[in-house]
Write a protein that binds this ligand. Sequence first.
Ligand code: NI
Length: 133
Amino acid sequence: MSNLKIHHIGYLVKKIEKARLSFQALGYETEQDIVYDDIRKVNICFLVKDGYRIELVSPVSEDSVVAGLIKKYKNCPYHICYETGDYETAHSELTAGGFIAIDTPTPAPALENRKVVFLTSPVTGMIELILPD
Ligand code: NI
């Protein structure tokens, strides 16, 4: 997995503006203002602190991809996102490592429409992978 680089930690929040203020109190700065992802029906905001990037993800409707997750987990970190420059290799190494894709590569409006895919493993939970441009 040497070609994977951590891009952000995804953080589920019910109220994105209030969450942003709370993270600001911790010293985070807004890297990218709130963007609506119409494919996943979520609002997304990127914050940074000390070189760490956090993605606030908040469902905007009942058919949001995270509507079920937020009921179960409330406000909490729920995925780590990795960037890869070599999707074929990353995909085969992750598959060998027990990860299974739970969707197909789909553009992410909050990431300049770069394609992302979510995978999960029974022992580590969900990760996100950003494909090369
Ligand atoms: Ni993410």
